[in-house]
Every structure is written in structure tokens, then in C-alpha cells.
Design a protein around this ligand. Structure first.
Ligand code: G6Q
Length: 553
């Protein structure tokens, strides 16, 4: 494709979503389906709980508590077919340039390939390079973890600080927290993302520079926040180490930009690369996961990748009607585009997954927060919903009230495990009892008659009645292992993909992020200028900048 000609779009995705026959049938079907109550749907079909479940890659999904019937599912699957989901999955795995606005393949699935697999980008098998980097990462991680890699005073590395932002931060933070149980406890892992100096100051607080390794994680190696923090880190080190030659022992880079890495002063021998076909938010299993590998070790990192791969294989090969990411994506479309639900709550009942909702926010919202279709038209329907959440049971004591009795419909994803990694008394049964209880209460509520029967005084009955009919998915796995984490992330990656195909948008670009990267640079220069006579913004921005300059002085 030349830059001047628009790319050819899959004919199925070129048909506007609202004009696809299945979408129109779903709109009609919604008129009756939306009046049905989960209580009645369960009462009418004793087999419902078994019917609406699917298993893949160690995950079990119960989606029976969704406001669907057999017909809903048939129509949603037909919508997937008419939207070209199957063809688009094949195109992604074949390395076709489905990220059309950046003219790039989308091959994060190759990051977790087996050595014998083949994934082509521009006709070239990328798998050997992927494994070459993984092998180098493993060799490096082993040297650091064994104490062989020494800092400038000859002491081993005890602290690792990942400096990165967005996709170069959220995945590593989430994975470190999620797999903390498997991590090297004698080492300290911290993450600096914010350009706010407080982030750096707190992350380095109490650490000895001679025992600290910085991983500068930046695909472009030009991101303002990351480069500012990286320079501050170098100053922090050199304030103690004095000799710039010591930098090499304390800095490694993860990037696609060897030129900028060298310009910063990091030897490319200590650089771990990845490729333009890996989007930032899809990169936690690339070299961007170096901090994860340092924390949990190469073997556990390999286990993580195998979990991703198991879900990839399922996504690529399972028929649509048994395909877990496809089903999750379609259910999301059902609430987003027909019920008008604006958000999805992700509620992991596992403390280790405390950063999972934040990670998913980027994955889902940066991918599907678009309003222009692949053919360049403004959408006349809703695209990606807002994702948010907190680990259970904490959320129950704050925002669940609104989910139970508020005026908004909020589909929920509950995530729970059969076995705790920290079994303590009956904690785990109590934790999981809450998962089942919440999903049950949301679906079935409590009728007026039930509340009255409990002896509630008449005037209180409306307040204590729960309508129910609030949908949820329950995702269960045996234990939070590296494999299961990989499968879980891949599940959401592919669900997002499915939704993006149905919305006919490019889920793999991020022009909104790019805008932010240029805007602040201009203003930063103006804030540092000797006077404010040259400010040429709107009156509000000018006034705010003047006030800031004044108060700062
Ligand atoms: C992710 C986005 C964005 C990106 C950050 C960091 O998909 O592109 O979040 O990861 O802006 O970019 P660098 O890795 O280039 O510093």
C-alpha cells in the first residue's frame, strides 16, 4: 500500500455495522429479549447453567447469567460471521497488515509462539527472532538472579526498577503483582511511569544505587515521561557512581529504537528488542516483560507464554460457538450496542490481580476507543465500553451498591480461583462465597414478596427490594499460575479483537495517545520561557499558565 492510497478493507467489515442483517435482527430481537428476566429464563430451562458455559486453556466461563436466550446467541454468532470475525482472526495470525492506519501486522501471538511455529510478517518468519530475544532475556535474567551480574561496587543487583509508561508499564506492573507469589522475594521490584518527580523519588527511596538495575522500557525510546525519568535515573546513579562508565552495569534498554538507545548511552549488547508489529498494550509478553522475567525467572515466564499460547490456539481453532473470547466479545457487544450499557466492571477475587483492571483499561479502551471505521467513516453506533474495577471483596463495600440498585446497567466479569496461593483458615471459602453470592444476587435479586416475608416493615420494602436481572460472567480457574495469567490476558486481548472487528475499527492504532505525546512538549517550552508575553493559546489556557508561572515563582 502506498501512503497516498487508502487500504482495501475486508468487504464484510466495510458494510456498516447497523446495516448487517444480523444486527437488524438483533435490534428486533432485543425488543422482546430485553423484557425477559433471568429468574424466568433459569426457571424455564433447568439445563441453562450447563448450556451457557465454555472451557479453554484452564479457564471455565459461566455466561449463563447473561440476558440472553438461544436465539440471542444464534444471532450474535451470525453477526460475528457477517462481520468477518473468522476471516479476520485468520488474517491476524497470517501476519496481514490489519493495523491499517499504521500499515502494520498485528502479531503479538508470535511473541508466545513455540520454537517450531511460523508467523510471517512481510513474508518473513519472525519466530526465530522472537526466541533469540527470549533466550538473551533468559541468560541475562539468570545472571542477575544468580548474583553473577554485579553493580559498580561489585555487589549483586538486589533492586530492579522498570521505567516505562502506558504499554511499557501497565503490563509489567500487573504481571509482577499477579505473579508475586512466584517472584524472587530477596529482590525489590519497583515501577516508575509518571513524569511527576514523586514517582521516581518514592521508587528509589531507601535503595542503594550500587545494587539497583534500571530497565528503560520504551518501544520508541522518545516518550517524554520515560526519557525524563531515565535521565533522572542516570543522574541518581552517577551521583553515587561518579564514573559514567558504570552506567552499563546499571542500565538496560527494552526498545525497537537502537539509535536512540545508543544515543542515551546504553550499549546495544544490553538492549532487548521487539518489533513494530507488537503494539505497546500487547507487549507484556515481549522483552517489555523483562522485569517480569527477572522477578519470576525464565521458567515461570515460559509458563506464562504457554498460557497465552493455549488461549491463542483456542481462539484460532475453536468454532465460534465454542470460542471463549468470541463469546465474551459478543456479549459485550450485546450490552454495549443494544442495552446501551456504557461500562463493564472487572472484579477479580484475588488480591494478586489488583492491577488487572487498570491493565485491562488500557487494553480495552486504547484498542476500541475509536469513532472512525476502517473505511474512514464516523460510526453511528457505540464502540468500546469503559472498563473499570477493583479486586473483590473491597468493591462490595464501595461501588457495588450502584451495580445492585442504581439506574445503570453494568455487566460484570467476576474472576475467581478454586485454590488460594495463601491458604489461611477459611479465608478462601469466604472470598469465593462472595463471588457466588454477588453474581447470584445481581441476577436474581430479591422480590418484594421475599422482602415482605422476611418481616420487613411495609415502608422499607421498596428500599430493600432488588430487581435483579443484572448480568455477569463468572470466570473460574483452579489456581493463579503463570499459565492461567497468560490465558486470562489472551482471553481479553482476543475478546477486544472480536469487538473491534464487529465495530469495523482499527483496534491496534492509538492516535489519541500520539496527540498527547506532542501537545505537552510545546507548552513545557513555554513554561520554561523567561516571560509569558508569547502565549498564544485560548484565554483559559493562557490564564492557567500565567497563574502557574506566577505561583511557581
Ligand atoms: C500502547 C500505546 C502507549 C505506549 C506508551 C509508551 O499501546 O502505544 O501506551 O505503550 O505511550 O510508549 P513507548 O513504549 O514508545 O515509550
Amino acid at each position: 500500500m502506498s501512503a497516498s492510497s487508502a487500504p482495501v478493507v475486508d468487504p464484510k467489515m466495510a458494510v456498516p455495522l447497523t446495516s448487517r442483517p444480523a444486527f437488524q435482527l438483533l435490534s428486533k430481537h432485543f425488543e422482546t429479549a430485553s423484557t425477559l428476566h433471568l429468574r424466568d429464563l433459569f426457571a424455564a430451562d433447568p439445563g441453562r447453567a450447563e448450556k451457557f458455559t465454555v472451557e479453554a486453556a484452564g479457564l471455565f466461563l459461566d455466561y449463563s447469567k447473561n440476558r440472553i436466550t438461544d436465539e440471542t446467541l444464534t444471532l450474535l454468532l451470525e453477526l460475528a460471521r457477517q462481520s468477518g470475525v473468522r476471516e479476520h482472526i485468520a488474517a491476524m495470525f497470517a501476519g496481514e497488515k490489519i493495523n491499517i492506519t499504521e500499515n502494520r501486522s498485528v502479531l503479538h501471538v508470535a511473541l508466545r509462539s513455540a520454537r517450531t511455529d511460523s508467523y510471517l510478517s512481510d513474508g518473513h518468519n519472525v519466530v526465530p527472532e522472537v526466541h533469540e530475544v527470549l533466550d538473551r532475556m533468559a541468560a541475562f535474567a539468570s545472571r542477575v538472579r544468580s548474583g553473577e551480574w554485579k553493580g559498580f561496587t561489585g555487589k549483586p543487583i538486589r533492586n530492579v526498577i522498570n521505567i516505562g509508561i502506558g504499554g511499557s508499564d501497565l503490563g509489567p506492573v500487573m504481571a509482577y503483582e499477579a505473579l508475586r507469589h512466584y517472584s524472587r522475594r530477596e529482590m525489590t521490584f519497583r515501577f516508575v511511569s509518571n513524569i511527576d518527580g514523586t514517582d521516581f523519588a518514592e521508587a528509589t527511596h531507601g535503595l542503594s544505587p550500587d545494587e539497583t538495575l534500571f530497565i528503560i522500557s520504551s518501544k520508541t525510546f522518545t516518550t517524554l515521561e520515560t526519557m525524563t525519568n531515565a535521565h533522572t535515573a542516570r543522574d541518581w546513579l552517577l551521583a553515587a557512581a561518579k564514573d559514567p562508565a558504570h552506567t552499563a552495569k546499571h542500565f538496560v534498554a527494552v526498545s525497537t529504537n537502537a539509535t536512540e538507545v545508543t544515543a542515551f548511552g546504553i550499549d546495544t549488547a544490553n538492549m532487548f528488542g521487539f518489533w513494530d508489529w507488537v503494539g505497546g498494550r500487547y507487549s507484556m509478553d515481549s522483552a517489555i516483560g523483562l522485569s517480569t522475567m527477572l522477578a519470576v525467572g525464565p521458567e515461570n515466564f515460559t509458563r506464562l507464554l504457554s498460557g497465552f499460547r493455549a488461549m491463542d490456539t483456542h481462539f484460532r481453532t475453536a468454532p465460534l460457538e465454542r470460542n471463549m473470547p468470541v463469546i465474551m466479545g459478543l456479549l459485550s457487544v450485546w450490552y454495549n450496542n443494544f442495552f446501551g450499557a456504557q461500562t463493564v466492571a472487572v472484579l477479580p477475587y484475588d488480591q494478586y490481580l489488583k492491577r488487572f483492571p487498570a491493565y485491562l483499561q488500557q487494553l480495552t479502551m486504547e484498542s476500541n476507543g475509536k469513532s472512525i471505521t476502517l473505511t474512514g467513516h464516523r460510526v453511528d453506533y457505540e464502540t468500546g465500553p469503559i472498563f473499570w474495577g477493583e479486586p473483590g471483596t473491597n468493591g462490595q463495600h464501595s461501588f457495588y451498591q450502584l451495580i445492585h440498585q442504581g439506574t445503570k446497567l453494568i455487566p460484570c466479569d467476576f474472576i475467581g480461583f478454586a485454590q488460594s496461593l495463601n491458604p489461611l483458615g477459611n479465608h478462601h471459602d469466604l472470598l469465593m462465597a462472595n463471588v457466588f453470592a454477588q453474581a447470584e444476587a445481581l441476577a436474581f435479586g430479591k422480590t418484594e414478596a421475599q422482602v415482605r416475608q422476611e418481616g420487613t416493615v411495609e415502608w422499607l420494602i421498596p428500599h430493600r427490594t432488588f430487581d435483579g436481572n443484572r448480568p455477569s460472567n463468572v470466570i473460574l480457574a483452579k489456581q493463579l499460575t503463570p499459565e492461567i495469567l497468560g490465558a486470562l490476558v489472551a482471553l481479553y486481548e482476543h475478546s477486544v479483537f472480536t469487538q473491534g472487528v464487529i465495530f469495523s475499527i482499527d483496534s491496534f492504532d492509538q492516535w489519541g495517545v500520539e496527540l498527547g505525546k506532542v501537545l505537552a512538549k510545546k507548552i513545557a517550552a513555554e513554561l520554561a520561557a523567561p516571560d509569558d508575553s508569547g502565549l498564544k493559546h485560548d484565554s483559559s489556557t493562557n490564564a492557567l499558565m500565567r497563574r502557574y508561572r506566577h505561583d511557581k515563582a
